[in-house]
Design a protein around this ligand. Sequence first.
Ligand code: MRU
Length: 370
Amino acid sequence: MRVKDTMFRSIWIDGESLNIIDQTQLPHEFVVKELRNSEDVRLAIKNMLVRGAGLIGVTAAYGVWLAAREAPRGSLADFDTYVNNRARLIAATRPTAVNLVWALNRQLEKLTQARTVEEKISLAKLGALGIADEDADFCKKIGQHGSSLIESLYKKKQTTVNVLTHCNAGWLAFVDYGSALSPVYAAHDNGVPVHVWVDETRPRNQGASLTAWELAQHGVPHTLIADNSGGHLMQKGEVDIVITGADRVTRLGDVANKIGTYLKALAAVDNKVPFYVAFPSSTLDMSISDGTTEIEIEERSEDEVRFVYGRDPRGNYVSVQICPDKTRAGNWGFDVTPARLITGLITERGVFPANKVGVSDILGDADGRN
Ligand code: MRU
């Protein structure tokens, strides 16, 4: 996607070096950082230099490549043990987004096909490139399917379509295009007038710092709103459609996404506003059914809630405490929206109902329907 006048992906390799955009520096600084080894990859995911379900998965896939490159050149068994251990440490960084484990498993499985160390390194690189390209391709298709929903709303109302989104499920959360924002970009590029209400998304403010930044780079009209404004805007008829991303989707269509998503879905149902969730099929977890009891919700540092970080009028970066010294905070990163509140699931294969049949149809899995 476009940054100033240059096209970027959120992660790429240049010869033998792996590069990312350091998302902790946005929206104020655009910093490209090289990840030199699998420990750099682990820390980049853990400390959220890269974040978002799709991008976490792709970064982890490249982490397997770097682990293979740095692994001791002893026996094949020693090599495999090293790479598997590094993958296990990377998997432990963030528990909710299933793309992380999905990508690591796909890479480790691929490596079992090779018979020499050199072959394994080369397969790991090819595997990561394949996962990255597939992610971008699937997100592009999500845009094509989802933009038709925005276009039909425009045909009906003949004036700007207002989309509300939560957190960042744009191209920064994937390799390119994004999930929830991909339909917005596609509609905008097709000349459909579209405006986005951007939830700030406390506590880490991915809406304010990342979604607003992305949309501005692409020239999409948008307005930043405090997290609790969505219900009010829906009551006033100011929201035509809600589209969010997903970090894990169960076989029955329950969705784990950034904390606060569930409340938006409740407000949307009460106001008869269509609520869609966009994700590539790598976000499906067919091993679980009930999202509210079976998905592990990441708990993060209480200081993310107790402090707010930003730039002061002099351009200095500051962290400001917003509660009394001894006040404790709770910080759950995600919540679960039950399938019954979701109008539809937008995927690379099309738009499906959020239920058992819809989810198995995403995978073309006739057996899963029963
Ligand atoms: O904690 P993050 O920033 O990695 O959160 C993930 C997300 O970006 C959101 O939950 C998003 O809506 C789904 S991931 C594309």
